[in-house]
Ligand binder design. Structure first.
Ligand SMILES: [Ca+2]
Length: 166
């Protein structure tokens, strides 16, 4: 495996997610990247679930799309879709490649505006904190009537892997 590194995706919570059962849903988040698929636990009967769960994927190619999907867990039928969003890590990776060091905690090192090409519902910042760089994103779900998901991404270098900093 010649991965560039790991991406930790903290799935914080869902906001105003779509109703897929009688009055609510049993949502969970699945993230796919190439052949990888990881998922959170199911939060029963809650359209504003708090997961606060870390999902980690290998990144081998920065061009492979990272797709977040929300589903309603059903016991006897297939799980219903509650929307999808793509996680665009390119602005974040560009900040990482700058090789920043020794900044005060909370320094904003990058800003990403919502656009037609990303799924952001709000401005998103790449932030330096305690020697680490992370980015919080509010993702507006597509292919669904409503719903947003808050995530945070953070890069983790693999020991011995090709270093990103040039
Ligand atoms: Ca259900």
């Amino acid at each position: 495996m010649d991965a560039l590194g790991l991406l930790r995706i903290r799935v914080r919570r869902g906001i105003n997610l779509a109703v897929r059962d009688t009055a609510s849903s049993d949502p969970y988040v699945a993230i796919t990247c190439g052949s990888q698929k990881v998922r959170t636990r199911v939060e029963k009967n809650n359209c504003n679930p708090v997961w606060n769960e870390d999902l980690t994927i290998y990144i081998k190619d920065l061009n492979t799309p990272i797709v977040l999907s929300v589903y309603d867990k059903d016991t006897f039928t297939g799980d219903d879709s509650m929307g999808t969003a793509q996680i665009d890590i390119k602005p974040y990776m560009d900040c990482l490649k700058m090789g920043l060091e020794g900044l005060p905690d909370g320094t904003k090192v990058g800003r990403v505006e919502p656009s037609r090409d990303n799924c952001l519902s709000d401005e998103s910042y790449v932030v330096w904190n305690k020697g680490k760089i992370s980015q919080d994103m509010n993702l507006r779900l597509r292919n669904v009537e409503c719903g947003e998901v808050e995530v945070q991404i953070e890069w983790i270098n693999l020991p011995g892997s090709k270093h990103l900093h040039k």
